[in-house]
Design a protein around this ligand. Structure first.
Ligand SMILES: [Zn+2]
Ligand SMILES: [Zn+2]
Length: 273
C-alpha cells in the first residue's frame, strides 16, 4: 500500500486533521513550531506541513530549494518534541505545476523524502511569454487580467483548467489542491461565469480525470468564512461523491488560529449530498 493510502486509511471524519498548511518556510504567518503546538492543542490526529514548493519562476510565496532540508529537519525535530502527543506530523509540499518541465512529476520532487504530495495550479502562461499568478487577491487578479492577459478572462479560465488537466495527466502527486480555485477570482469579474456550460464542462472533465487517476481531492476550507465557498465549490460535492473520489478536508492554514477553519461545516455539507 502506498504511503498516502496508509495515511488516508488512518483519517477519521470525527477526529480533526489537516493535510495542507503553510508556515514561515513560505507565506505562512507563524513558525512550524507554533503550528505544531496549535495542532496538538486541537488534538489533531494528523498535521501535514505543505510549504509552497521551490519553483522555476519568480515568486515571493514559494520556499527556496536551499531551505528544503532545513524544513524537513524541522519536521523531524517537532516529531520528537511532540512524541507523546496524539498528533502525527507529516512532511509534504504543495507543488506548483508550471508545465512538463516543472511540476510534481519531475525527478526533483519524486526524490524528496515526502510523506505525500499536493499538486496545485497557481500560475498560468500569460500572453506575453511569462507565467502569471492567478491565485492572489481579486484586486491583483483584475490588474493582471488587464496587464498580462489582455482582459481575456476566457483564456485565463481555459488555461487554468488546461494546466490542471496536464498536471493530473503527468501525475506524481496524491492530492489535487483547491481544484476550481480560479472560479472565485473569475466570478469577481463575471458572476455568471461558473454557470456557463463550457465552464461546467471544465470542472466535470477535471473531476473525471482525478477519478480515473485514482487521486484524492481536497475540500479546501480556507476562504469559506469570508466568501461562503469551499474549493471545490460545494455545488460540485455531489460530482466528487458520484465519481467515487476520496476526499480530504483541509484548512490550507496560513495562521495558527485558522487550522480548523470551517472544516466541520465542510464535513457536514459533504455528508449531506
Ligand atoms: Zn494553493
Ligand atoms: Zn496552500
Amino acid at each position: 500500500m502506498s504511503q498516502f493510502r496508509e495515511i488516508l486509511r488512518e483519517l477519521r471524519p470525527d477526529v480533526s486533521y489537516n493535510l495542507h498548511s503553510h508556515t514561515q518556510f513560505c507565506d505562512g504567518r507563524a513558525t512550524m513550531a507554533e503550528f505544531a503546538e496549535a495542532a496538538v492543542k486541537a488534538r489533531m490526529s494528523h498535521y501535514g506541513f505543505s510549504p509552497h514548493s521551490p519553483i522555476n519562476v519568480p515568486s515571493t510565496c514559494n520556499m527556496s530549494s536551499a531551505a528544503v532540508y532545513e524544513y524537513i529537519a524541522e519536521v523531524e525535530r517537532l516529531r520528537e518534541l511532540h512524541a507523546d502527543a496524539p498528533t502525527k506530523f507529516l512532511v509534504s509540499m504543495e507543488i506548483d505545476y508550471i508545465g512538463q518541465e516543472w511540476g510534481p512529476a519531475i525527478d526533483y520532487f519524486q526524490e524528496l523524502p515526502l510523506d505525500y504530495r499536493i499538486g496545485s495550479v497557481h500560475f498560468i502562461p500569460d500572453l506575453h511569454g511569462g507565467m502569471c499568478d492567478i491565485d492572489g487577491s481579486p484586486l491583483n487578479f483584475a490588474r493582471n487580467l488587464h496587464e498580462v492577459f489582455d482582459d481575456n478572462l476566457r483564456y485565463v479560465v481555459d488555461k487554468f483548467y488546461e494546466q490542471s488537466m496536464a498536471m493530473v495527466e503527468a501525475g506524481g502527486f496524491d492530492i489535487i489542491g483547491h481544484l476550481d480555485k480560479i472560479g472565485y477570482n473569475a466570478s469577481t469579474i463575471d458572476p455568471e461565469i461558473e454557470f456557463q456550460p463550457w465552464y461546467q464542462d471544465h470542472v466535470e472533465a477535471l473531476i473525471n480525470a482525478v477519478a480515473s487517476k485514482g487521486l484524492t481531492a481536497e475540500i479546501n476550507t480556507k476562504a469559506y468564512s469570508k466568501t461562503g465557498r469551499f474549493y471545490p465549490h460545494q455545488r460540485h460535492f455531489k460530482k466528487l461523491r458520484d465519481a467515487g473520489i476520496s476526499v480530504v478536508v483541509n484548512s490550507d492554514a496560513h495562521y495558527t488560529e485558522l487550522i480548523e477553519a470551517s472544516r466541520r461545516e465542510a464535513f457536514e455539507m459533504f455528508a449531506g449530498v
